[in-house]
Design a protein around this ligand. Structure first.
Ligand code: PGA
Length: 260
Protein backbone atom coordinates (compact mmCIF):
# COMPACT_ATOMS: atom_id res chain seq x y z
CA UNK A 1 0.00 0.00 0.00
CA UNK A 2 1.08 3.59 -0.62
CA UNK A 3 2.27 5.55 2.41
CA UNK A 4 0.06 8.47 3.34
CA UNK A 5 1.84 11.67 4.32
CA UNK A 6 -0.60 14.31 5.54
CA UNK A 7 0.20 17.98 6.23
CA UNK A 8 -2.16 19.44 8.82
CA UNK A 9 -1.66 23.19 8.72
CA UNK A 10 -4.21 23.64 11.53
CA UNK A 11 -5.17 27.33 11.97
CA UNK A 12 -2.16 28.66 9.99
CA UNK A 13 -1.09 30.88 8.29
CA UNK A 14 -3.13 34.04 8.81
CA UNK A 15 -3.05 35.58 5.32
CA UNK A 16 -3.90 34.17 1.91
CA UNK A 17 -0.59 35.54 0.67
CA UNK A 18 1.37 33.50 3.20
CA UNK A 19 -0.78 30.45 2.52
CA UNK A 20 -0.07 30.72 -1.19
CA UNK A 21 3.64 31.17 -0.47
CA UNK A 22 3.69 28.05 1.68
CA UNK A 23 1.70 26.09 -0.87
CA UNK A 24 4.02 27.14 -3.70
CA UNK A 25 7.16 26.31 -1.73
CA UNK A 26 5.87 22.83 -0.90
CA UNK A 27 4.83 22.33 -4.50
CA UNK A 28 8.25 23.40 -5.81
CA UNK A 29 10.14 21.29 -3.29
CA UNK A 30 7.99 18.29 -4.17
CA UNK A 31 8.60 18.88 -7.83
CA UNK A 32 12.37 19.04 -7.26
CA UNK A 33 12.16 15.79 -5.34
CA UNK A 34 10.25 14.18 -8.17
CA UNK A 35 12.74 15.35 -10.73
CA UNK A 36 15.58 14.13 -8.55
CA UNK A 37 14.05 10.68 -8.28
CA UNK A 38 13.37 10.76 -12.00
CA UNK A 39 9.71 10.05 -11.57
CA UNK A 40 8.24 12.94 -13.49
CA UNK A 41 5.88 15.31 -11.78
CA UNK A 42 2.88 13.11 -11.24
CA UNK A 43 3.90 10.76 -8.52
CA UNK A 44 6.53 9.96 -5.99
CA UNK A 45 6.39 6.22 -6.05
CA UNK A 46 4.62 4.68 -3.07
CA UNK A 47 3.71 7.98 -1.42
CA UNK A 48 0.44 9.85 -1.38
CA UNK A 49 0.86 13.42 -0.15
CA UNK A 50 -2.20 15.27 1.17
CA UNK A 51 -2.14 18.94 2.17
CA UNK A 52 -4.83 20.12 4.58
CA UNK A 53 -4.92 23.93 4.75
CA UNK A 54 -7.70 25.85 6.55
CA UNK A 55 -11.07 25.72 4.72
CA UNK A 56 -10.86 29.31 3.63
CA UNK A 57 -7.80 28.69 1.44
CA UNK A 58 -8.93 25.42 -0.14
CA UNK A 59 -10.63 26.94 -3.17
CA UNK A 60 -7.56 29.05 -4.00
CA UNK A 61 -5.44 25.92 -4.25
CA UNK A 62 -7.73 23.50 -5.93
CA UNK A 63 -6.98 24.52 -9.50
CA UNK A 64 -3.24 24.38 -9.03
CA UNK A 65 -2.93 20.90 -7.63
CA UNK A 66 -1.12 18.41 -9.76
CA UNK A 67 1.52 16.90 -7.57
CA UNK A 68 -0.46 16.20 -4.44
CA UNK A 69 -3.95 15.96 -3.02
CA UNK A 70 -5.96 18.27 -0.80
CA UNK A 71 -7.87 17.56 2.38
CA UNK A 72 -10.08 19.49 4.80
CA UNK A 73 -9.35 19.50 8.53
CA UNK A 74 -12.94 18.93 9.62
CA UNK A 75 -16.50 18.81 8.29
CA UNK A 76 -20.10 18.94 9.51
CA UNK A 77 -22.46 15.92 9.62
CA UNK A 78 -25.20 17.30 7.36
CA UNK A 79 -25.09 18.10 3.66
CA UNK A 80 -26.76 21.51 3.89
CA UNK A 81 -29.29 23.60 5.77
CA UNK A 82 -29.64 26.06 8.63
CA UNK A 83 -26.36 25.35 10.43
CA UNK A 84 -24.66 28.71 10.72
CA UNK A 85 -20.91 28.60 10.37
CA UNK A 86 -20.62 24.96 9.34
CA UNK A 87 -18.93 23.48 6.25
CA UNK A 88 -20.58 20.39 4.84
CA UNK A 89 -18.86 17.30 3.44
CA UNK A 90 -20.80 17.78 0.22
CA UNK A 91 -19.37 21.30 -0.19
CA UNK A 92 -15.89 19.89 0.32
CA UNK A 93 -16.49 17.10 -2.18
CA UNK A 94 -18.02 19.49 -4.72
CA UNK A 95 -14.89 21.61 -4.55
CA UNK A 96 -12.92 18.60 -5.77
CA UNK A 97 -11.28 17.85 -2.42
CA UNK A 98 -10.55 14.19 -1.75
CA UNK A 99 -9.82 13.86 1.98
CA UNK A 100 -11.14 15.05 5.32
CA UNK A 101 -9.57 14.74 8.78
CA UNK A 102 -12.16 13.77 11.40
CA UNK A 103 -11.85 13.60 15.19
CA UNK A 104 -8.55 15.45 15.63
CA UNK A 105 -7.76 15.75 19.34
CA UNK A 106 -7.81 19.54 19.13
CA UNK A 107 -11.43 19.34 17.96
CA UNK A 108 -12.24 16.86 20.70
CA UNK A 109 -10.60 19.13 23.27
CA UNK A 110 -11.48 22.69 22.26
CA UNK A 111 -14.84 22.04 20.59
CA UNK A 112 -15.97 19.17 22.81
CA UNK A 113 -16.43 16.93 19.79
CA UNK A 114 -17.82 13.58 20.87
CA UNK A 115 -17.33 10.10 19.44
CA UNK A 116 -21.00 10.11 18.39
CA UNK A 117 -20.52 13.34 16.42
CA UNK A 118 -17.36 11.95 14.88
CA UNK A 119 -19.33 8.87 13.78
CA UNK A 120 -22.01 11.09 12.18
CA UNK A 121 -19.36 13.11 10.37
CA UNK A 122 -17.66 10.00 9.04
CA UNK A 123 -20.94 8.53 7.79
CA UNK A 124 -21.94 11.67 5.94
CA UNK A 125 -18.48 12.29 4.53
CA UNK A 126 -18.28 8.71 3.22
CA UNK A 127 -21.76 8.98 1.73
CA UNK A 128 -20.66 11.90 -0.47
CA UNK A 129 -17.44 10.11 -1.49
CA UNK A 130 -14.78 11.70 0.71
CA UNK A 131 -11.88 9.71 2.15
CA UNK A 132 -11.45 9.86 5.91
CA UNK A 133 -8.43 10.33 8.14
CA UNK A 134 -9.78 9.37 11.58
CA UNK A 135 -7.66 10.55 14.52
CA UNK A 136 -7.53 8.59 17.76
CA UNK A 137 -5.22 8.61 20.77
CA UNK A 138 -4.95 8.89 24.52
CA UNK A 139 -4.37 12.00 26.64
CA UNK A 140 -1.59 12.35 29.22
CA UNK A 141 -3.96 11.47 32.07
CA UNK A 142 -5.29 8.43 30.24
CA UNK A 143 -1.75 7.29 29.54
CA UNK A 144 -0.74 7.74 33.18
CA UNK A 145 -3.79 5.78 34.32
CA UNK A 146 -2.87 2.93 31.97
CA UNK A 147 -6.02 3.46 29.93
CA UNK A 148 -4.55 3.71 26.44
CA UNK A 149 -5.99 0.46 25.16
CA UNK A 150 -9.42 1.23 26.60
CA UNK A 151 -9.40 4.65 24.96
CA UNK A 152 -8.39 3.28 21.56
CA UNK A 153 -11.10 0.62 21.69
CA UNK A 154 -13.82 3.09 22.69
CA UNK A 155 -12.81 5.76 20.15
CA UNK A 156 -12.55 3.30 17.27
CA UNK A 157 -15.68 1.31 18.07
CA UNK A 158 -17.79 4.44 18.40
CA UNK A 159 -16.31 6.21 15.37
CA UNK A 160 -16.88 3.18 13.16
CA UNK A 161 -20.31 2.29 14.52
CA UNK A 162 -22.45 1.03 11.62
CA UNK A 163 -19.84 1.86 9.00
CA UNK A 164 -20.10 -0.95 6.44
CA UNK A 165 -17.10 -3.12 5.75
CA UNK A 166 -16.79 -2.07 2.13
CA UNK A 167 -16.33 1.57 3.23
CA UNK A 168 -13.24 0.74 5.26
CA UNK A 169 -11.05 1.07 2.19
CA UNK A 170 -11.84 4.79 2.33
CA UNK A 171 -10.73 5.21 5.94
CA UNK A 172 -7.24 5.68 7.32
CA UNK A 173 -6.66 5.82 11.06
CA UNK A 174 -4.12 8.20 12.59
CA UNK A 175 -2.71 7.18 15.96
CA UNK A 176 -2.03 10.52 17.62
CA UNK A 177 -1.19 10.33 21.31
CA UNK A 178 -2.42 13.70 22.55
CA UNK A 179 0.61 14.16 24.82
CA UNK A 180 2.88 13.96 21.76
CA UNK A 181 1.10 16.57 19.65
CA UNK A 182 2.96 19.85 19.31
CA UNK A 183 5.13 19.07 22.34
CA UNK A 184 8.35 17.78 20.80
CA UNK A 185 7.77 14.80 23.09
CA UNK A 186 7.21 12.26 20.33
CA UNK A 187 6.07 8.71 21.03
CA UNK A 188 8.80 6.05 20.88
CA UNK A 189 8.75 3.86 17.78
CA UNK A 190 8.25 0.84 20.01
CA UNK A 191 5.20 2.30 21.73
CA UNK A 192 3.87 3.48 18.37
CA UNK A 193 4.24 0.00 16.96
CA UNK A 194 2.28 -1.47 19.88
CA UNK A 195 -0.53 1.04 19.33
CA UNK A 196 -0.61 0.40 15.60
CA UNK A 197 -0.86 -3.33 16.18
CA UNK A 198 -3.67 -2.75 18.72
CA UNK A 199 -5.57 -0.56 16.31
CA UNK A 200 -5.32 -3.18 13.60
CA UNK A 201 -6.53 -5.83 16.04
CA UNK A 202 -9.52 -3.69 17.01
CA UNK A 203 -10.46 -3.23 13.36
CA UNK A 204 -9.97 -6.96 12.75
CA UNK A 205 -12.38 -7.73 15.57
CA UNK A 206 -14.96 -5.26 14.22
CA UNK A 207 -14.64 -6.43 10.61
CA UNK A 208 -12.14 -9.10 9.61
CA UNK A 209 -8.44 -9.58 9.00
CA UNK A 210 -8.57 -8.87 5.30
CA UNK A 211 -10.40 -5.58 5.82
CA UNK A 212 -8.10 -4.50 8.65
CA UNK A 213 -4.97 -5.27 6.64
CA UNK A 214 -6.04 -2.77 3.99
CA UNK A 215 -6.57 0.14 6.39
CA UNK A 216 -3.67 2.55 6.52
CA UNK A 217 -2.68 3.26 10.11
CA UNK A 218 -0.47 6.31 10.37
CA UNK A 219 1.31 8.09 13.24
CA UNK A 220 1.10 11.75 14.27
CA UNK A 221 2.71 13.72 17.10
CA UNK A 222 5.88 15.85 16.85
CA UNK A 223 6.98 14.24 13.59
CA UNK A 224 9.94 15.97 11.94
CA UNK A 225 12.51 15.34 9.24
CA UNK A 226 14.79 13.57 11.70
CA UNK A 227 12.38 11.07 13.21
CA UNK A 228 9.96 10.42 10.33
CA UNK A 229 11.96 7.61 8.75
CA UNK A 230 12.09 5.60 11.95
CA UNK A 231 8.31 5.60 12.30
CA UNK A 232 7.92 4.36 8.77
CA UNK A 233 10.65 1.76 9.03
CA UNK A 234 10.44 0.60 12.65
CA UNK A 235 6.90 1.07 13.87
CA UNK A 236 4.82 -0.37 11.01
CA UNK A 237 3.23 3.06 10.38
CA UNK A 238 1.70 3.32 6.91
CA UNK A 239 2.26 7.05 6.91
CA UNK A 240 2.43 10.20 9.02
CA UNK A 241 0.20 13.08 10.06
CA UNK A 242 2.40 16.14 10.35
CA UNK A 243 1.43 19.38 12.12
CA UNK A 244 4.14 21.91 12.98
CA UNK A 245 6.76 20.55 10.58
CA UNK A 246 4.33 20.79 7.65
CA UNK A 247 4.56 24.59 7.88
CA UNK A 248 8.26 24.41 6.96
CA UNK A 249 8.50 23.30 3.31
CA UNK A 250 12.04 21.89 3.45
CA UNK A 251 11.28 19.98 6.63
CA UNK A 252 8.07 18.63 5.19
CA UNK A 253 9.79 17.46 2.02
CA UNK A 254 12.40 15.69 4.13
CA UNK A 255 9.52 13.80 5.71
CA UNK A 256 8.03 12.96 2.31
CA UNK A 257 11.45 11.83 1.14
CA UNK A 258 11.81 9.50 4.13
CA UNK A 259 8.71 7.68 2.88
CA UNK A 260 10.02 7.09 -0.63
P1 PGA B 1 2.45 18.11 15.44
O1 PGA B 1 0.87 17.92 15.17
O2 PGA B 1 3.15 17.44 14.30
O3 PGA B 1 2.64 19.60 15.46
O4 PGA B 1 2.74 17.46 16.74
C1 PGA B 1 0.36 16.71 14.70
C2 PGA B 1 -1.13 16.79 14.59
O5 PGA B 1 -1.77 17.42 15.43
O6 PGA B 1 -1.73 16.25 13.66
Amino acid sequence: MKSLIVANWKCNPTTLKEAKGLFDSVKKALLRQRLRTGEGIKNIKNVEVVLCPPFIYLSSFKFQVSSFKLGAQNCFWEEKGAYTGEISPLMIKNLGIEYVIVGHSERRKYFRETDEEINKKIKKALSVGLKIILCVGETTEEKEQGKKQQVLIAQIEKALDRIPRDEMKNISVAYEPVWAIGTGNNCSTDETMKSIISIRQIITRLYNRETADKVRIIYGGSVNGENSGSYLKESLANGLLVGGASLKPEEFIKIVRSAT
